[in-house]
Ligand binder design. Structure first.
Ligand code: FAD
Length: 385
């Protein structure tokens, strides 16, 4: 991937924003278990970071995916994963389907203010009884005249306590049952609609600054025109939207891993034991070198995947492989960083403990490692659907 002066200018403005508007507040936001999305997102909107690849007619940047890669690299420098993930939900997880398939009216009403950072959104797919198995969802939207009446529960919803709207996956074909891969739709649900409520905010071991909610939908009535694209195509649209999510999540995590290795190297340079800096120890040097090599290798694969995405190829395989291998690598990096910091790696006062907790999510959120293996198994013609 080649970066131009334009990429570097964009990177500079992002870096300034991360250094000045995000990192100084991370500790307080982690303690609070939430960050102020409605204050932060307009600042990202102002520098055009929220709608890089979207149509300029709706306030997007009309840029290609290489700018999203730069955005993700800089989000990997945020001193916690929670805020980076919440931003990625806004840019790459809850909005791609709306931008791709949404009507002009839906895009004007929801996408445009979201790209300015005035509206916060969530992607609402997972449920208490259906996470890995998306086709198992039970939330139903039943047609009543020109409206959908929606009932169900959604689980693990990032930005869920402060979202203005959800990109919600619901079963819309009355004949389709949990387990069927058809008969679902993606629907824009404004959270101000009567019947919408936050059941609870979930306390988590990591990504603590990101609010994660269980959502209750009790006879929530929205117009059928809030359906994104064609009704009953939601499962397929969401599978495509997952490719954006998995790629961007992988870009952020690899950038975060590189930063964690850099910080560990610096620590080992300063920390003296047995009369010399710990970094003089060849065992530690080689272990870090090995992990840098793994990060380089995966980063190269991610850039290859990004280039294929830009060229318009289906990147299901690349996004799946990236998600799987990055999830595994960051766990290894995080564990090594803790180990090489000794007791300080175990202390909450250092960045390492948070990184260790945050990194664990990569192998679970957006599809667990085993689900990625299942996709690769199917792509290789093994196993059954
Ligand atoms: C912090 C956080 C934020 C999240 N944000 C969102 C969000 O914004 N929107 C949203 O919709 N969802 C979100 N999720 C949900 C996330 O995508 C799911 O947790 C994930 O897909 C796993 O689903 P599950 O938790 O129901 O696990 P389950 O489906 O219960 O699976 C449990 C475990 O079983 C194993 N497993 C599952 N299937 C198989 C299989 N076929 N073969 C072998 N092993 C298998 C895996 O190890 C898996 O981790 C979030 C989750 C977390 C923790």
């Amino acid at each position: 991937m080649e970066f131009t002066e334009e990429h570097e200018q964009f990177r500079k403005s992002l870096r300034r924003l991360v250094d000045e508007e995000i990192n100084p507040h991370v500790d307080a936001w982690e303690d609070a278990g939430i960050f102020p999305a409605h204050e932060l997102f307009p600042k990202l909107g102002e520098i055009g970071a929220l709608g890089l690849e979207y149509d300029p007619a709706y306030g997007g940047g009309g840029a290609d995916h290489s700018f999203t890669y730069v955005l993700a690299q800089e989000l990997g420098r945020v001193n916690c994963a929670g805020v980076a993930m919440a931003i990625a939900v806004e840019t790459s997880m809850a909005t791609p389907a709306l931008a791709r398939y949404g009507s002009h009216e839906l895009k004007s009403t929801y996408l445009e203010p979201t790209l300015r950072g005035e509206m916060v959104c969530s992607i609402a797919v997972s449920e208490p009884d259906a996470g890995s198995d998306v086709a198992g969802i039970r939330t139903r939207a039943v047609r009543d005249g020109d409206d959908w009446v929606i009932n169900g529960r959604k689980m693990w919803i990032t930005n869920g306590t402060q979202a203005d709207w959800l990109c919600l996956l619901a079963r819309t074909d009355p004949d389709a049952q949990p387990g069927d891969y058809h008969g679902m739709s993606l629907i824009v649900v404004p959270t101000s609609t009567p019947g919408f409520s936050v059941g609870r905010k979930i306390e988590k071991m990591g990504n603590r600054s990101s609010d994660t909610a269980e959502i209750v939908l009790d006879n929530v009535r929205v117009p059928v025109t809030n359906t994104i694209g064609e009704p009953d195509r939601g499962f397929q649209q969401q599978m495509a939207q997952f490719q954006d999510e998995r790629l961007v999540g992988a870009y952020i995590a690899v950038a975060g891993a590189r930063k964690a290795l850099d910080r560990t190297k610096e620590y080992l340079q300063q920390r003296v034991a047995f009369g010399k800096p710990l970094l003089a120890n060849q065992h530690l040097q080689y272990r870090l070198a090995e992990l840098y090599a793994d990060v380089d290798t995966l980063d190269g694969f991610l850039q290859y995947a990004a280039d294929r995405f830009i060229a318009g190829h289906d990147v299901t395989r690349e996004a799946t492989v990236a998600k799987l291998k990055v999830g595994r690598l960051v766990r290894e990096v995080a564990d090594t960083c803790v180990q090489f910091h000794g007791g300080m790696g175990y202390a909450e006062e250092m960045w390492v403990a948070r990184y260790f907790r945050d990194a664990r999510l990569v192998s679970i959120g957006g599809g667990a490692d085993e689900v990625m293996l299942r996709v690769i198994t199917m792509l290789e013609g093994m196993g059954k659907k």
